[in-house]
Design a protein around this ligand. Structure first.
Ligand code: HEC
Length: 116
């Protein structure tokens, strides 16, 4: 019994540590990703919050997995310039993705007092 309890506790602790570390890495990635989103000019067409503009569609919040996001940036459908790995390395794109992913759904219109 004691051994099982020990294992359960140990695994639980491991889980908490893993989630904690991931959380920290994601949050850090998002902050750096925001700067890179600006440096690499994504904001010029997609807006500072990925909200979209006349030049590019809304890209945040996103449900895209990284693999799909990467394809859309490396081989865009139409008007967007293609970003090759030589111009936009994979690690930079991953941080930009972390930032885009960190952008949350805006509140519903009914929940914005100024609009009531
Ligand atoms: C010159 C304007 C422009 C810039 C700069 C730009 N984009 Fe785009 N982006 C677009 C347009 C326009 C589309 C719509 C597809 C097309 O026409 O190619 C698009 C589409 C996308 C999509 C796919 C959206 C979807 O759900 O279909 C993603 C993801 C994206 N852009 C990410 C980025 C990132 C990341 C950067 C910066 C590295 C960036 N874009 C820079 C114009 C731009």
């Amino acid at each position: 019994m004691r051994t099982i309890a020990g294992w359960v506790f140990g695994l639980g602790l491991l889980g908490v540590l893993t989630i904690g570390l991931q959380g920290r890495t994601l949050a850090q990635g998002a902050a750096e990703g925001r700067e890179l989103f600006v440096t690499y000019g994504c904001w010029q067409c997609h807006g500072y919050e990925g909200q979209g503009s006349v030049a590019g569609p809304r890209i945040a919040p996103t449900l895209l997995p990284y693999a799909a996001f990467e394809v859309l940036v490396r081989r865009p459908a139409n008007l967007m310039p293609a970003y090759a790995p030589s111009a936009l390395p994979d690690d930079v794109l991953q941080e930009i993705f972390a930032f885009v992913q960190s952008i949350e759904e805006p509140p519903a219109l009914e929940d914005i007092p100024a609009l009531q």
